[in-house]
Design a binder for this molecule. Sequence first.
Ligand SMILES: *[C@@H]1O[C@H](CO)[C@@H](O)[C@H](O)[C@H]1NC(C)=O
Ligand SMILES: *[C@@H]1O[C@H](CO)[C@@H](O)[C@H](O)[C@H]1NC(C)=O
Ligand SMILES: *[C@@H]1O[C@H](CO)[C@@H](O)[C@H](O)[C@H]1NC(C)=O
Ligand SMILES: *[C@@H]1O[C@H](CO)[C@@H](O)[C@H](O)[C@H]1NC(C)=O
Ligand SMILES: *[C@@H]1O[C@H](CO)[C@@H](O)[C@H](O)[C@H]1NC(C)=O
Ligand SMILES: *[C@@H]1O[C@H](CO)[C@@H](O)[C@H](O)[C@H]1NC(C)=O
Ligand SMILES: *[C@@H]1O[C@H](CO)[C@@H](O)[C@H](O)[C@H]1NC(C)=O
Length: 527
Amino acid sequence: MHFRLLVLPFVASFFATIFAVPHGKLMERRGRADNHTLNRERSDAVKAAFTFAWDGYEKYAFPHDELHPVTNSFSDSRNGWGASAADAFSTALVMQIPSIVSTILEYIPTIDFDAPVPGSQVSLFETTIRYLGGMLAGYDLLKGPLSNLASNATAVDAILAQAVHLADNLAFAFDTPTGIPSNNLYFNPSTTDNSTTNGLATIGSLVLEWTHLSDLTGDPKYANLTQKGESYLLAPKPASSEPFPGLVGTNVDINTGLFQDATGGWEGGDDSFYEYLIKMYVYDPTRFAEYKDRWVLAADSTIAHLASHPSTRPDLTFVAAFDGQEIILQSQHLACFDGGNFLLGGMVLKEQKYIDFGLALVNGCEDTYASTVTGIGPEVFQWVTNTTAANDTTNPGPPADQVAFYEKAGYYITDGVYVLRPEVMESFYYAYRVTGDQTYRDWAWNAFVAINSTARVGSGFAELVNVNAEGGGGFTDFQDSFLFAEVMKYSYLIHAPDNVFQVNHNGVNDFVFNTEAHPFKVAGTPI
Ligand SMILES: *[C@@H]1O[C@H](CO)[C@@H](O)[C@H](O)[C@H]1NC(C)=O
Ligand SMILES: *[C@@H]1O[C@H](CO)[C@@H](O)[C@H](O)[C@H]1NC(C)=O
Ligand SMILES: *[C@@H]1O[C@H](CO)[C@@H](O)[C@H](O)[C@H]1NC(C)=O
Ligand SMILES: *[C@@H]1O[C@H](CO)[C@@H](O)[C@H](O)[C@H]1NC(C)=O
Ligand SMILES: *[C@@H]1O[C@H](CO)[C@@H](O)[C@H](O)[C@H]1NC(C)=O
Ligand SMILES: *[C@@H]1O[C@H](CO)[C@@H](O)[C@H](O)[C@H]1NC(C)=O
Ligand SMILES: *[C@@H]1O[C@H](CO)[C@@H](O)[C@H](O)[C@H]1NC(C)=O
């Protein structure tokens, strides 16, 4: 029933998209702007790379979780339910590859969600964003704009039933004194790892998926469970755990609801909590206005307190982390989604200051790619500012062997691996969707070509040992499922024409991407 209610605004804004003026005054930027037309050569090349990786996975690993492309073997790091298939689903859909869509569509109804790999710990967060996210996006697309690819209507309906089954199996995680979930679960019998805390991102990045499941099924229990847990993050206690308005600590006691620290930022462990605050507002501005208010507080505090310019490259902007009021001049590949998230907020709230800041962050993250030998950015990096004291042990200067690199790049590398992460590509995508500026397409293309030429090996793509060494310094034989869900999707969509599932520069969106890049049909009407 909820689903039908969603159809009308969806159709209306589909036409709004077609007739929209390409670039509002808000988005006017420097030259070479276009109107999101197809770049066939590039989008076809990304599609070919996706198909290559899928073929390798299908041949050597399916239906296991992930391919080991160097040795043509596999592993089951995500419960053994076929994580790469779940994660590839919505990408095969937006790329419109009928054979892959149909393979995954026939597979999902056969997954036995009662039986994870024996002894394996089921992460509530990872299972939600990859499996639940992949299934709900596939369902939305096949019931909506890509219904032409729904080769088996029974299987499409079975996807939603499978999503319900999985959520029902996970729901015991929320059975805690506060309702804040445990993240690390075991099935048969249903137990947890007995951890007394959970983290900001793992508590705060469930609400989009579970609320959408409630909206699709008409059963409010899934939304209720996750929104209860989230309520402790929206009103953080004690006050000391919110050192800057809207910016909070990381670990929360699941028995008391109290934050245990004041350490945080936009890095891994905290990241998608902030991401979902504004995405919930995109999903439904009426129900989630409070989430937006918390995002605005966090965004303004970030601009005021965490924006940082390296001493050797004051033209660059990075976002620092914090421990209480102390600033830690460190960032990560994972944190590079922040530019895209500020851009989404700027578009939706029609606030130029967030667009300007978001573009500055995109520029900084592009520098982390452009400065290395491989053209791919590192996992973790640091810098100092021109006011950092020489005896500041939290924020040391570059080691001797990176002084020259720091001089030029404005950051130095503290972990040089590349594990096929998408966040820089994701932010390029938002930057292009907002501005229509070809520069961002070119940056995305450069990054894709670098990944394709360095990480492509054997039957797929593998992790790199050192982005600042020739050839990436060798491989780690592992292809995480988010290569399919995220790297390939954002690399493709930036060169693809307008569509209802693309992010819309005018801030009126029919779809919103979960943190694994699975697009969900929004529930509310933009205000
Ligand atoms: C949009 O792109 C098409 C194809 O390149 C072009 O014909 C059209 O004039 C463009 N429209 C605007 C408003 O820029
Ligand atoms: C369609 O999907 C249903 C449910 O998964 C399955 O039982 C059936 O065999 C499929 N039909 C075909 C023709 O593949
Ligand atoms: C959790 O605690 C229970 C009860 O003390 C115990 O039986 C179980 O083995 C513990 N689980 C883990 C993963 O430590
Ligand atoms: C969901 O939460 C609302 C508001 O707190 C409550 O009225 C409703 O009974 C809850 N529904 C379920 C199924 O828990
Ligand atoms: C320090 O850096 C800031 C911004 O990066 C700049 O505005 C300021 O002029 C610099 N101060 C000195 C003494 O270099
Ligand atoms: C660092 O140096 C400053 C003077 O340059 C001094 O005031 C401060 O106490 C020193 N801090 C530490 C931790 O040594
Ligand atoms: C990606 O790599 C393959 C294999 O080396 C190559 O054939 C293809 O042209 C590459 N694609 C791009 C866009 O560079």
